[in-house]
Design a protein around this ligand. Sequence first.
Ligand code: ATP
Ligand code: MG
Length: 353
Amino acid sequence: QQHRRLISRQRFITDFSQCLFEFVVQLLPTTEEMAVKEDVRKLLERLIRTIEPDSRLLSFGSSANGFSLKNSDMDLCCLIDSGERLNAADLVTMVGDLLERETKFHVKPLPHARIPIVKLTLDPSPALPFGIACDIGFENRLALENTRLLMCYASIDPARVRTMVLFLKVWSKRRKINSPYKGTLSSYGYVLLVIYFLVHVKNPPILPNLQQMPPLRPISEEESHLNGFNIWFFDDIELLRQRWKSSNTDTVAELLIEFFKFYSRDFAYNTGVASIRAGLLKKDAKGWLSEDYGTGRERNRLCIEDPFETDFNVARCVTKDGLYTIRGEFMRASRILQARPDRAILALAQLCE
Ligand code: ATP
Ligand code: MG
């Protein structure tokens, strides 16, 4: 009896991995979509250069880190190479006016946000059935670096890392727990939870800690720091691919099942901070206890340290209710996958209902 159960569980794991791969592949953006987005980037860059001739417009976020899905928004960052430049708020206003005049985008400048941005949207059309949503920020160099860090992690073990991340992004969107504005977590936050799990929870680890690997040559303070933050990490992908071979052979299905189990009951939500740079940290050691913020909104229910901006909690938007909902969803997923489902495809459909 037990033997038969074991075999059927094994078969489920194999099928579920296969289903995950097939599910994720059909969610990837098409080459056409990527080409259109690249054209949009070039067009916007050309227009912005009429205001700031020495500027470059670069992609970050999912369009540049290997975790993009069909119809993902575009995150763009404008870098200005000349010495004298306007402040971000003024740039946002000027670029907003310009794009309003010169393009068909709906334009919403947010010059006073924590990170000033211009929000653009394009209505759906036959060529672009979902339209385009795009945010342009200025001089956000740390975001470009964290994008590069995630991209490196994705390319070390794409079959397992990319599949897990893409699945969790879709799952969190379908389950409506991917809205920082409504008290839940951003995609970026979920990606960091996955990497934390693969570097620090899994034993043997699936991924190395790129921020703690010894550099191949001495690195000066100037090279390694940006705005006072250490942004160095091991980024020689070719070398990593040759040298890093995890001895952990878990399949993507097994990893996902454990991921849900870990974040439904084992992670120390009350006291812990998930740091991909340093492993499990303590909220009190970082001064991230909720009380520290007085009577204001609680900001540290869930704590995820930004990989470079270490005094910044990526999950600061997650409210008490939001965290309750997110953990509830981790538990639900865990339950579905533990319930000895016999058809993997049905389990997957139920997960993302
Ligand atoms: P999606 O496909 O859902 O848009 P994404 O991979 O683009 O996912 P986002 O959450 O949109 O992820 O984040 C894009 C980028 O914005 C991240 O790479 C990061 O640089 C920055 N970012 C997003 N959220 C935060 C946050 N809470 N704190 C700091 N940086 C963030
Ligand atoms: Mg994005």
